[in-house]
Design a protein around this ligand. Structure first.
Ligand SMILES: C=C(O[C@@H]1C=C(C(=O)O)C=C[C@H]1O)C(=O)O
Length: 369
């Protein structure tokens, strides 16, 4: 296992591109190491490899192509330590006022019927004296077992790390699933909590948008019950949506229809996105973009018991895609961690609470620094 992490460190020190990641609730940590520092982009999502996409879909999506990279992996058992997060009050009142003004502008636009929901965010700088990316990555692994945890690096793009609770989409053969995640409250030891109308509405907007956008691409849609889920120190509302992809469905069209969903952008999408780009006053870059495995072939054997050994002849290869929304993340740049945090705004948003929500979300990352 230490060899694995030494290879990651050596790759970073040599300024060569890599991604190291662990899927939710898995023990295996995978990495792709590019042997040269070339920068590849996705053309039409028929490629195979690991993608890293920005919030603004008019910008390019970076690809680490499987055939230009070395794949390595290790098993990693998480030590049983869930440290509680200490709330820090180090934030300037200027940053707070700026966010409150931004939220007020969002609520005004909603009252003027420009859109129904918008997700507004900010960045926060934490100065780091010195840091080791492998130790920060291990802290993320140890603290967020149910998240997709990653560290992604390209010398011409940047160094990003995160532990996201949100799946953008999973495709296994023709089976498609997606998560509608929204609504936030701080976890106080129980999942049995009640949710306000504001949170229920902001989550429903996400579910409805997904179902409507999927319609041209799928043949049968199933919705789960709405569940309360825990992500670090927070609780969210979640609906799982699954469907069968039509043979004619093209992945790039599907991604274009869904991303960015109202979980990270707003509804309607075009108006909300324009508001974000004009009003947030900073560049989200890859925050609220997506990342993950694209068209990776997995071989599934129907039975693995000895009695059915002859069945191995029927083992099938499937293409699988697993993309996650880039949330609870940071960029390490010079001697700073830039933390990205936001929340969904509806007509009933209270700007002070929205500020507090971003503070709570920032602790997910601050805890591992
Ligand atoms: C935008 C973020 O999170 C998203 C917004 C949420 C909300 O508004 O309640 C909840 C989960 C995510 O879909 C973030 O973490 O920065």
């Amino acid at each position: 296992m230490e060899d694995f992490f030494n290879s990651i460190e050596a790759q970073y020190n040599a300024q060569l591109p890599f991604v190291v990641y662990r899927k939710p609730r898995e023990f295996k940590v995978n990495a792709l190491l590019q042997s040269k520092n070339d920068l590849h982009f996705v053309q039409d999502f028929t490629e195979t490899g690991f993608v890293f996409a920005p919030f603004d879909a008019s910008e390019k999506t970076v690809l680490f192509p499987l055939d230009h990279s070395k794949s390595i992996s290790t098993d990693y058992a998480v030590p049983q330590i869930e440290r509680e997060i200490q709330t820090s009050k180090s934030i300037t009142s200027e940053a707070k006022q700026r966010h409150i003004n931004l939220v007020n502008n969002g609520v005004n636009a909603i009252n003027n019927q420009v859109f129904q929901k918008v997700v507004l965010s900010r960045q926060e700088l934490v100065e780091l004296k010195d840091y080791n990316i492998v130790s920060i990555f291990k802290n993320l692994l140890n603290n967020y077992a149910s998240a997709f945890v990653y560290c992604w690096y390209h010398p011409n793009v940047g160094l990003w790390l995160g532990a996201t609770p949100e799946t953008l989409m999973k495709i296994d053969g023709n089976t498609f699933s997606i998560m509608a995640l929204a609504g936030t409250q701080v976890y106080h030891g129980t999942l049995s909590v009640s949710w306000g109308e504001k949170e229920q509405l902001e989550q429903k907007i996400v579910t409805d948008f997904i179902v409507e956008s999927l319609n041209p691409f799928v043949s049968s849609v199933k919705l789960s019950e709405i569940e309360t889920v825990k992500a670090g120190n927070l609780l969210h509302l979640k609906t799982m949506i699954s469907a069968q992809l039509k043979p004619s469905a093209k992945l790039h069209e599907l991604i274009h229809a869904l991303h960015p969903t109202p979980a990270v952008c707003g509804y309607p999408k075009i108006e909300a996105k324009a508001f974000i780009l004009q009003n947030e006053n900073y560049n989200r870059e890859f925050y609220t973009g997506f990342l993950g495995e694209l068209n990776v072939t997995t071989t599934v054997s129907p039975r693995s018991s000895k009695r059915n050994i002859e069945n191995r002849a029927y083992s099938v290869s499937k293409k699988s895609t697993q993309l996650y929304v880039n949330l609870r993340c940071m960029q390490l740049k010079d001697s700073n961690a830039i933390i990205y945090i936001g929340g969904g705004i509806t007509a009933d948003s209270n700007p002070e609470f929205e500020w507090e929500e971003t503070v709570s979300k920032s602790l997910v990352i601050k805890k591992v620094l």
